[in-house]
Structures are given as structure tokens and as C-alpha cells.
Design a protein around this ligand. Structure first.
Ligand SMILES: C[S@@+](CC[C@H](N)C(=O)[O-])C[C@H]1O[C@@H](n2cnc3c(N)ncnc32)[C@H](O)[C@@H]1O
Length: 237
């Protein structure tokens, strides 16, 4: 039996999918894609005869559709936003498919956090500022309790996914200095990308004023405003 290809679509710009990912997309007979986080242009570029939006489908339905296609000898591509390993819920799918005797091959992608750091023209790790990046999300329907206050005390670069609608409550719970640089990047790499910069104190109000309510990343730490405080790397010294 052939394998299902899990492909990272990248952050939005259709040119930011990998060459391997695009090749697989163009050979797909059945495409299952992750809703509005996937640029419709990518979906259109696939010749797949069946294109399913996984938004609103449950694990069983995704597994059933995949299994039926694989048993029919079809090439199946499961397109995830960004990189599939970041809040991509792929392990449960691999597990479910494994129980159906179906193997998975994973093609990495450009995570939205890399598109956001590119938009901000910074590094997520920066000498003299932060050698550590924490990726996390706020509590919500799928997470009972988060560690955002504790993590923010460490003074590292903090990248918060899935929190745009909770910006005010997130920033009010941060335990780093209130003047710590912060940014919200909406739709990184899409044509309507928006960047809002500020501090932990005012970023929620600034993002609200800019009308950002979803599909954004929150970046906290000195890396957001790097030019005043970084040390030069040993490599280029
Ligand atoms: C389910 S997670 C998927 C993340 C994805 N696997 C990745 O690597 O970017 C969805 C969240 O990622 C963030 N996100 C995805 N695409 C984005 C983009 N282009 N710009 C900013 N944030 C994005 C938002 O926080 C969104 O709520």
C-alpha cells in the first residue's frame, strides 16, 4: 500500500512551499487541506480530482477519506499549514492511519514563525539577547492550563501561536518587564500581512486598533527590537 504524504504548505505565500512539497501537490489525486490557513492558490495549483477542506472534519472522517483513496490506488496529499510539526495535530492522524495499515511520509514546511521573524527582519535567537526560543499557546478549548506567566519570566524569545483572540489576557499575565518589546504579525507572507510593534504593555491595544483578531503570531522579547542591544556573532567578528 502506498503512503500518504503530509506536506507543510508554508505560511501562506504559495512560493514558500518546498520544491518537494510542490512536486507532491502536483501529483496528488486527492488533496486534503487545512482550511483557510492554506492559500487557495496552492489548492488551485493541484490537479487533484478530489479536494477536501479538513476544517470541520473529524479524525475519523479524515481517516476514512484517506483510507478509501489509498485503497483505490490514489496519491493522497494531506496539506498542513506552515510546518506540520508545529500545532499540526499530525501524531493523532499518523496513529489513526497506522491502525488502518497506512504509512505516512512527512515533508517539512516553512513555519509561520519563520515568516514572522522574516517580516520583522530579526533573528529568533540573537547573541546577547536570547539563545532560547519558546513556542507555546494559551489555554483554550484544547489546553486546560498554559505556562505563559512562568515561561515569560525566563526572558527568552517567546512565540505564541493561536492566541490572537486572547491578546489582552495573554499580555496581562506576562511576568516579564512591561517595556519588553512585543510584536503581532498577522498573515505573515500573505499579501495583506500586517505588523504591529509595541511593548508588552501596549501591544494588545495596538493590535486591536489595527483590527487584528485572528491568524497572527505574538512575539515577545528583545529580538523584536534587536538593533540597540545585540552582540556581534563570533562567526563574523
Ligand atoms: C494550528 S496553528 C498551525 C501553525 C503552523 N503549523 C505553522 O507552522 O505555522 C495555526 C496558528 O498559527 C499561526 N499562523 C498560521 N499561519 C500564520 C501566518 N501566515 N501568519 C501569522 N500567524 C500564522 C496563528 O497563530 C494561527 O492561529
Amino acid at each position: 500500500m502506498s503512503v500518504v504524504h503530509f506536506v507543510g504548505a508554508g505560511p501562506g505565500d504559495p512560493k514558500l512551499i518546498t520544491v518537494r512539497g510542490m512536486e507532491l501537490l502536483q501529483q496528488a489525486d486527492v488533496l486534503i487541506y487545512a482550511g483557510s490557513l492554506i492559500n487557495p492558490e496552492l489548492v488551485e495549483r493541484s490537479p487533484a480530482e478530489v479536494k477536501l477542506n479538513s476544517w470541520g472534519m473529524n479524525l475519523q472522517e479524515i481517516g476514512d477519506a484517506t483510507e478509501a483513496a489509498i485503497r483505490d490506488g490514489k496519491n493522497v496529499v494531506r496539506l498542513h499549514s506552515g510546518d506540520p510539526s508545529i500545532f499540526g495535530s499530525i501524531v493523532e492522524q499518523i496513529d489513526d492511519l497506522g491502525q488502518r495499515g497506512i504509512k505516512v511520509d512527512i515533508v517539512p514546511g516553512v513555519s509561520s514563525m519563520f515568516a514572522a521573524s522574516a517580516a520583522l527582519q530579526t533573528q529568533l535567537t540573537l547573541k546577547g539577547v536570547s539563545d532560547t526560543v519558546i513556542i507555546t499557546r494559551p489555554a483554550g478549548a484544547t489546553l486546560e492550563k498554559d505556562l505563559i506567566p512562568e515561561l515569560s519570566r525566563l526572558g527568552t524569545s517567546l512565540v505564541i501561536f493561536l492566541g490572537t483572540d486572547k491578546l489582552e489576557s495573554i499580555t496581562s499575565r506576562l511576568e516579564c518587564p512591561r517595556d519588553t518589546p512585543a510584536a503581532v504579525v498577522y498573515h505573515a507572507s500573505w499579501p495583506d500581512q500586517k505588523i504591529v510593534r509595541g511593548t508588552v504593555e501596549d501591544i494588545a491595544a495596538r493590535a486591536k486598533k489595527a483590527g487584528i483578531e485572528r491568524t497572527a503570531l505574538i512575539l515577545i522579547g528583545g529580538i523584536v527590537d534587536p538593533f540597540t542591544r545585540y552582540d556581534r556573532s563570533v562567526l563574523y567578528s
